[in-house]
Design a protein around this ligand. Structure first.
Ligand code: ARG
Length: 576
């Protein structure tokens, strides 16, 4: 990777100019304004400031010692002490030639693979998966794919909510009001109906509430009948979850729900109490954080006054289990949790408790949180009747709507073909609309925007991909073949070539900050560069000297688009 070579060379020059800064991180990034160069570093400014020397002078000293003539046409000091690098066309051509020859695709695997556990999706049993779970599922899956592509060892774990107070009410409803016919037709809807029914009764009748508590205690103490019903509810929910995951192409290595940790909870609280971390408070056990400003007056409950455990206790047990190697016997370097913003306090609390409980644990804990999905009215996304939108209905609608777009665009294709394309486009549109956002912002769910053929959307990227594929179809070949030496002359083809080189940077940035939107931004720009190239540079009709390079440029662009979409969990289609 050229930018890595430049980083290495720069590092050597820095060590020569400033021996005490040997080993300092000097990063090279694309120049924000291509008029000034292809790459840039701002690292020298900070190094100079820390040593109270003139940054421009340091930059000039480093440039004088830099051995980059093989790759760079110019290296210039700019502004406050930046160094700008302009690549030689031959260096660009070489990198493209390597990619065209299949030696790399503008990224490389990490030299320091980590073991990363990703806890995502994690829906709750007996409740429909709603659009809130979509963000976790889509984001978590994209992060897993990106990290894997970069060579990390990723373990995905679906921490299903299969053990909680909702089962008390569900058991009451199941025993008194279950409608077998309805259960057969739509199990989740029937369980949801039962839950709502009993929930409403609990509000008006304390005896029902008491009854629900009793059923829950019986379940928790191992009553055979209640355990059997509970298992049935889980199995019914799981088959719904699996349907959704299959459609979305999401797979989990493990699916250890909350109930799996149930036998470990008592010991967690005992140990916390022994270490003086958990203290009794009004019959409950709590951990308080008086010395942590952001958690002051926000103690975490780890055992309720009725003796029951909660979400925090379960997460502590889960974290201990994972840190110790889980059932997979690999010690994680990092654990990532993907959930909505409202859980931030919960994660801060239990991460803090865990660090105090096991200060020897060197595992990076990250809460990757995200904002809400809003309707076009700016309020939380709901159906017209005010119910939560079910994920499955949403996916159906996406495919239906995409079918209209595809049918308008390509009426000549037969129906099964159009349906298959609509499936790829519709699901891609939903995923991409989610991933292209800064995950911490709320976003407005808009069918028209996500299905638009223009703008930062999946249809736009997929369309760019199909345009490239159609060049090869028209040319009667599948791929470009070896172009020999790359010839790059037109400004649009140079711009496209330079942008291709930065695929690895986009992948690294997305992985580093857990932000797939960096990759989306990169791909969107790539499609833009391709469009400008395609509109200005003939490919199949190019003169003989330029043709092989242009075909190869198209081919590597298509490969980068496909690979980029694939790690976002988005399939591609050959025509649209
Ligand atoms: N079941 C939870 C929910 O639906 C998400 C669980 C996230 N994972 C965790 N380890 N707490 O909100």
């Amino acid at each position: 990777m050229l930018y890595k070579i430049l980083e290495q060379k720069l590092q050597q020059a820095v060590a020569a100019a400033l021996p005490d800064a040997a080993g300092a991180a000097v990063l090279v990034r694309p120049c924000p304004d291509p008029r000034f160069g292809d790459y840039q570093t701002n690292a020298l400014i900070a190094l100079a400031k820390a040593r109270k020397i003139n940054p421009r002078q340091l930059a000039a000293d480093v440039a004088a010692r830099l051995d980059a003539g093989q790759w760079c046409q110019t290296v210039e000091v700019a502004g406050a002490g930046f160094l700008n690098f302009r690549l030689k066309p031959s260096a660009l051509a070489q990198a493209l030639g390597e990619a065209a020859g299949g030696r790399h695709l503008f990224f490389e695997k990490t030299s320091q693979p980590r073991c990363v556990i990703i806890d995502f999706s994690s829906p709750n049993v007996a409740k429909p998966m709603h659009v809130g779970h979509i963000r976790s599922t889509i984001l978590g899956d994209a992060l897993a794919r990106i990290l894997r592509l970069l060579g990390h060892h990723v373990i995905t774990d679906n921490h299903m909510g299969d053990w909680g107070t909702q089962f008390g009410k569900l058991l009451v409803g199941w025993k008194s009001d279950l409608d077998r016919e309805r259960l057969k037709a739509d199990p989740i809807a029937e369980m949801e109906r039962l839950y709502k029914l009993i929930n409403a009764r609990c509000d008006s009748d304390p005896r029902v509430l008491e009854n629900a508590r009793r059923e829950l205690v019986q379940l928790q103490t191992g009553d055979e009948e209640n355990l059997r019903l509970w298992r049935e509810m889980i199995a019914l929910s799981q088959s719904q979850f699996e349907r959704v995951y299959a459609r979305l192409g999401v797979k989990f290595d493990y699916c250890l729900g909350e109930s799996f940790y149930n036998p470990m909870l008592g010991k967690v609280v005992d140990e916390l109490a022994e270490r003086g971390l958990a203290k009794p408070s009004e019959g409950a056990m709590i951990v308080s954080f008086e010395d942590v400003p952001e958690l002051k007056n926000q103690p975490a409950l780890v055992r309720k006054s009725d003796g029951g455990f909660n979400y925090t206790t379960t997460d502590l047990a889960t974290l201990l289990f994972r840190w110790q190697g889980g059932t997979w016997s690999v010690l994680p370097n990092e654990i990532i949790y993907v959930t909505g913003a409202p859980q931030q306090l919960h994660f801060k609390q239990f991460f803090t408790v865990f660090q105090r409980w096991h200060p020897e644990a060197h595992v990076k804990l990250a809460h990757v949180w995200f904002g809400s999905v809003l309707g076009e009215d700016g309020k939380p996304f709901k159906t017209r009747s005010g119910d939560t939108v079910r994920l499955e209905d949403l996916l159906d609608e996406a495919e239906e709507r995409a079918l209209k777009v595809v049918s308008e665009k390509s009426p000549e294709l037969d129906e099964p073909q159009r349906r298959e394309i609509a499936r790829v486009v519709g699901l891609g549109a939903i995923k991409y609309a989610d991933l292209a956002q800064n995950r911490q912002s709320d976003y407005v769910f808009s069918w028209d925007k996500m299905l638009a053929l223009q703008g930062n959307t999946a249809p736009y990227l997929l369309y760019a991909y199909t345009r490239i594929r159609s060049i090869f179809r028209k040319g009667g070949r599948d791929t470009a073949g070896d172009p020999g030496e790359f010839v790059l002359n037109a400004p649009e083809e140079l711009a496209l070539a330079r942008h291709l080189l930065n695929f690895g940077l986009a992948l690294d940035a997305a992985a580093e900050d857990y932000r797939p939107n960096f990759l989306c931004g990169y791909l969107y720009e790539l499609a833009g560069h391709f469009t400008r190239f395609y509109e200005n540079c003939p490919v199949l009709k190019a003169e003989a000297a330029a043709r092989p390079s242009r075909l190869a440029l198209c081919d590597v662009t298509a490969r980068v688009l496909k690979q980029g979409l694939e790690v976002l969990g988005i399939e591609t289609t050959e025509q649209m």
